[in-house]
Design a protein around this ligand. Structure first.
Ligand SMILES: *[C@@H]1O[C@H](CO)[C@@H](O)[C@H](O)[C@H]1NC(C)=O
Ligand SMILES: *[C@@H]1O[C@H](CO)[C@@H](O)[C@H](O)[C@H]1NC(C)=O
Ligand SMILES: *[C@@H]1O[C@H](CO)[C@@H](O)[C@H](O)[C@H]1NC(C)=O
Length: 374
């Protein structure tokens, strides 16, 4: 824990930007595969379940067993440090409570209420249902430290029980970065409080998800040009008070529409590992790139084919965002799979997309910007 605390303090400052380093751990899937339990755990949560308290039908998958990036935050006074998933697909903050003796809290840092002088009680119990499980807890308010930014009176959840996958997640809790309409706890999300409390000079943040283990970052208060080349191409957000939802006009390969014919909505979600979409569209894309579905969720390809596989092109707001096979094929041991998955509801552009495109989440102008990541 001590080394993690030191890393939090190594925050860089560039013209009002606060940079939070993101680390890449072993995904829960990897950890469970190593102990031969992945299929068993997955069988417990076969169907996406709706998150309670949400008005929308689209279900962003947070708490995804394949995500690997996380950063540090401090909660309370003095701060107690947690590894959190910075999740643009949800809006709440929660971490395990010290009183959690449940299996899901094993391996994780837990918040000691009596050790914080600024903690205030919340309204009571909550349950959040995620695709890969659930968490149950109580709400509270306290100071949250992100980099060198203090946000006071932040509503958050302290969990005392949760789905079994949680034990193997590389992070302790989730820090949501979506809008208030997506908050299941019903409070002002952290980034909005940060802005309301005057802690940042520009009302936007951005994310660089590195292709390697090191070097990823969440940038609060703007854009850091060292992480991309070329222009930032902007796309308007469609549902301004819930998720980072954008309109995709079509998805093409060599000029042929292979998915999202006639347009579709997509959520830009750092809490989802893959690109997800409806069954027929994902099957079609896999067919076009020469991948075959041999059981499991993701289609397989020969690793040596990556060099000859076509770009997948997302046509969004007049711009063509190319995703080369080197970005959408994921190597898993000695085998390769495409980073596409069938999930009902909106499309989700997860880490597979965001590793290739540095992404700017511009609250001030209700838009998302994509630029070619370095
Ligand atoms: C932890 O605290 C919550 C809220 O006070 C309570 O509902 C729960 O039963 C407690 N859990 C344990 C394991 O003590
Ligand atoms: C929680 O904090 C209190 C107050 O600082 C302390 O006395 C107690 O030992 C802590 N509990 C644990 C398990 O660390
Ligand atoms: C908000 O956006 C407007 C229009 O692009 C810009 O002029 C203004 O500087 C921005 N303000 C902040 C605080 O980001």
């Amino acid at each position: 824990m001590k080394s993690a605390v030191l890393l939090v303090l190594l925050v860089a400052f560039t013209e009002g930007l606060v940079k939070i380093p993101l680390f890449r751990g072993k995904s829960a899937r990897q950890a469970l595969e190593e102990v031969g339990l992945y299929e068993e755990y997955k069988a417990q949560y076969p169907q996406p379940r709706l998150q309670r308290g949400l008005k929308l039908n689209n279900v962003p998958i947070t708490y995804d067993p394949q995500v690997t990036y996380y950063g540090m935050i401090g909660i309370g006074n003095p701060p107690q440090y947690f590894k959190v998933l910075f999740d643009t697909g949800s809006a709440d903050l929660w971490v395990p409570s010290l009183n959690c003796t449940h299996y899901s809290c094993g391996n994780h840092a837990r918040f000691n209420r009596s050790a914080s002088s600024t903690l205030q009680k919340g309204d009571g119990d909550f349950t959040l249902d995620y695709v890969s499980g659930y968490v149950k807890g109580v709400t509270a308010y306290d100071t949250v430290l992100v980099g060198d930014i203090y946000v006071v009176n932040q509503l958050f959840g302290l969990t005392y029980s949760g789905g079994s996958f949680l034990r193997y997640m590389p992070w302790d809790g989730i820090q949501g970065l979506a809008f208030i309409g997506a908050s299941a706890l019903g409070g002002t999300p952290l980034f909005k409080n940060m802005w309301n409390q005057g802690r940042i000079t520009q009302n936007q943040f951005s994310m660089y998800l590195s292709k390697s283990v090191e070097g990823s970052a969440l940038i609060l208060g703007g854009v850091d040009e060292q992480y991309f080349t070329g222009p930032v191409n902007w796309v308007m957000v469609k549902e301004e008070d819930t998720y980072w939802t954008i309109q995709i006009d079509s998805i093409t390969i060599n000029g042929n529409t292979v998915a999202c014919s006639g347009g579709c909505l997509a959520i830009v979600d750092s809490g989802t590992a893959l690109i997800t979409g409806p069954t027929r569209d994902i099957g079609n894309i896999n067919g076009w790139v020469g991948a075959y579905q041999a059981g499991g969720d993701q289609a397989s390809v020969g690793c040596s084919n990556v060099g000859v596989m076509p770009d997948l092109v997302f046509n969004i707001g007049g711009n063509a965002f190319h995703l080369p096979a080197s970005a959408y094929v994921l190597q898993h041991g000695t085998s390769c799979q495409t980073g596409f998955e069938y999930v009902p509801g909106s499309w989700i552009l997860g880490e597979v997309f965001m590793r290739h495109y540095y992404t700017v989440f511009d609250v001030n102008n209700s838009r998302v910007g994509f630029a070619l990541a370095v």
